[in-house]
Design a protein around this ligand. Structure first.
Ligand SMILES: [Zn+2]
Length: 674
């Protein structure tokens, strides 16, 4: 086999794969898959799980495995050729994917499998087919011809409207700037931000500082700038972007919002849902519109008193009446006064090697596994390492690459991605493999990277995703690991792991002062812990406000009366907010998450997953955070199941009851005030 990307028998051959391999490999593979699929659909005998679903699972596993290095390498290598190869391959993948999801014969074949499912079929088999049929329904494939045509017209129109929404936000943001040469206008803004602003001024042929309206600038000004008029100016510009208040009619998103909501509603009705909120919930753990609404309202109710207390404290140190553009600034001031711990001080306690050792040993303690490096595996960079996770008998459960340090051209942020998904089909078994990618500071002169505590939390978070991917015991790739897991539960294993990075017993094992070798002192930890929750009720309430607005807007849409966007927002704010918003505030017009991104009627998921993670960790708080029995129950009921079971049922099997808000409120200190 001359194209190394087509060799999917083992790990990707990173020492041999080149950008020019991508397109030919995927073209060849997809062509072969099209033929195999046609043969399956033509064969009337291929209509049960073994003869239809298993070969399809094999195919998608193979394609996923070939695609994985292409998508991975373009994000971690600074190589224009890889970017081009990726951009040329992506359309092949999406086109094939769309083709499959719109294949009526394939949909009918799955239906035939479901109809003839034998009595001894496992729950995983049933769940897999059920999810496939659900996705076919959501893609409109099962509709009659006329409705189907309308459905795909709506989808196309929505894609255009979403792009236009985003473009307006971008244009409105880009058109604004603030230039000043007066020191007092920028008082308090961190030096790094000012430095960039002065470079931008020079580039624009101006003196002093030149600020664009990007998020880092906006955030820095709102949090740190002592000049009230500067904060107010930024706030006004930011909160009126792409709206009727923004002074640029051509970028006003009002009409886009109306159209998007109306088309979403129509599409949801076509495929048999009451509203777009119901449609959104079809792929989520939360069951009903009422359940989500109740969840958000209850959480808001429990936070409000604590948030009021926080805002009163903020008001007590403000120099004048507290306006919307003052809150973040005084909150930060209070936090600095009360709990400041410097990142530089923390870095001395968290050399990367020590953090890694402590984190691996935590996984070993909890799950009875062992994590060992395998140095014989080829990779894409010399700072990349490869580890195996083994069970107590020494058998490999899964493996992962780590690529943890920032370098030029590597995509920013931190993530976990799949390299190989677990499968066990027709006696052929593959253990899962993943990529753990972060952007920590590269090793110093002493050869060690020094992390802040925020970095430590990030590492735990991504490792939580990794354990979810690697510890799965599901045989079918499309519902193994993180696949087929409801969208609002995917962050449970990661946020759950974060909680351990906030426990002194764990940090003690993860820290070692770079000169004295002493672990993190308890006093520093306590300050850190207090600062974690400072202002939490206010920020939680703000997230709830966004979520409730998003959800109500989509659940309550009525074609007869239109979207009622601003009325809904006002209603939500009247119920929830403790901060007074100026009348010109137009949050919806730049709320890209829900109007351009994938969070429509799903913004609540952030809080939902947080509640789950806190409640799951609560079980460990009750039994002792290293309790092996609790950990093995968590592994069995949550980490191993992928998308093979109803997630709420699985959660109840772990916890003995449905999740409650108490743990999150207690852990964040809100419970006490309420
Ligand atoms: Zn995550």
């Amino acid at each position: 086999m001359s194209n190394p990307l087509l060799d999917t028998s083992d790990l990707p051959r990173f020492d041999a794969i080149e950008p020019q391999h991508a397109v030919p490999a995927l073209e060849e593979l997809i062509a072969a898959h099209r033929q195999k699929l046609a043969a399956l659909l033509d064969d009337p005998n291929a209509r049960d799980f073994q003869t239809l679903v298993v070969p399809l699972e094999e195919m998608s596993h193979e394609l996923g495995r070939a695609w994985s290095p292409v998508s991975h390498l373009q994000s971690v290598l600074d190589d224009p050729e890889w970017r081009d190869a990726y951009n040329a391959s992506l359309p092949l993948m999406t086109e094939y994917d769309t083709e499959l999801s719109h294949d009526k014969r394939l949909c009918d074949a799955y239906q035939a499998v479901m109809d003839s499912m034998p009595a001894d079929a496992t729950p995983a088999m049933r769940m897999l087919v059920k999810q496939e049929l659900r996705d076919f329904r959501l893609s409109g494939v099962a509709l009659a011809e006329e409705e189907k045509a309308r459905y795909s017209e709506i989808m196309q129109e929505l894609a255009t409207l979403r792009a236009s929404f985003d473009q307006n936000v971008q244009d409105a943001t880009d058109s604004w700037h603030f230039q000043t040469s007066t020191r007092s206008d920028v008082e308090g803004i961190p030096e790094s931000v000012l430095k960039r602003a002065s470079t931008d001024a020079a580039e624009n042929g101006a003196n002093g500082w030149w600020f664009n309206l990007d998020y880092p600038n906006y955030h820095a000004v709102m949090t740190h700038c002592g000049a009230r008029h500067t904060r107010e100016m930024f706030y006004t510009a930011w909160s009126t972007r792409a709206s009727d208040q923004g002074g640029h009619e051509e970028w006003d998103n009002s009409e886009n919002i109306e159209k998007i909501l109306s088309l979403r509603h129509e599409a949801a009705r076509l495929v048999g849902f009451n509203s777009f909120a119901d449609y959104s919930l079809a792929t989520k753990m939360a069951g009903t519109v009422a359940e989500v609404t109740e969840f958000l309202t209850e959480l808001a109710g429990k936070c409000r008193k604590a948030a009021q207390k926080e805002i009163d404290e903020v008001r007590s140190i403000a120099d004048g009446p507290l306006e919307a553009w003052d809150v973040a600034y005084y909150l930060e001031k209070l936090k600095q006064q009360k709990f400041a711990v410097s990142d530089e001080e923390l870095r001395r306690y968290f050399p990367f090697a020590v953090v890694k050792r402590g984190m691996f040993s935590l996984a070993e303690k909890l799950y009875g596994v062992s994590v060992q490096e395998d140095q014989g595996v080829s990779a894409w960079h010399d700072t990349v390492h490869y580890y195996d996770i083994r069970d107590s008998q020494g058998a490999i459960l899964g493996s992962f690459y780590t690529d943890l340090f920032a370098r030029n051209g590597k995509r920013g942020g931190a993530w976990m991605d799949e390299c190989v998904v677990r499968k066990n089909l027709d006696g052929e078994k593959k253990t899962p493999v993943g990529y753990l990618v972060c952007n920590f500071p590269p090793p110093d002169a002493d050869g060690e990277s020094h992390l802040t505590h925020t970095d430590v939390v990030t590492l735990f978070h991504e490792f939580g995703h990794m354990l979810h991917h690697l510890l799965t015991q599901v045989d079918y790739p499309s519902i193994a690991g993180i696949n087929g897991v409801p969208w609002d539960a995917v962050e449970l294993p990661s946020q759950f792991m974060e909680n351990f990075a906030w426990r002194y017993e764990v940090l003690e094992e993860c820290s070692e002062h770079c000169e004295t070798g002493a672990p993190l002192p308890r006093e520093i930890f306590e300050k850190l812990d207090a600062s974690r929750h400072f202002g939490e009720a206010l920020s939680m309430l703000r997230q709830i406000e966004f979520a409730l607005f998003d959800f109500r807007l989509h659940a309550g849409f009525d074609p007869a009366s239109g979207a009622k966007v601003l009325e809904t927002l006002q209603q939500v704010r009247d119920e929830v907010a403790v901060i007074k918003y100026p009348a010109y505030n137009r949050l919806p017009h730049s709320f890209s998450h829900i109007f351009a991104g994938g969070y429509a009627a799903g913004y609540y998921s952030y809080k939902w997953a947080e509640v789950l993670a806190a409640d799951a960790f609560g079980a460990f708080e009750e039994s002792g955070i290293f309790d092996v029995e609790t950990a093995s129950r968590f592994r069995r009921e949550i980490l191993e199941i992928g998308g093979s079971r109803d997630f709420m049922e699985a959660y109840v099997a772990f916890r003995g009851r449905k999740p409650t808000l108490d743990a999150l409120l207690r852990q964040s200190g809100i419970g006490k005030a309420a």
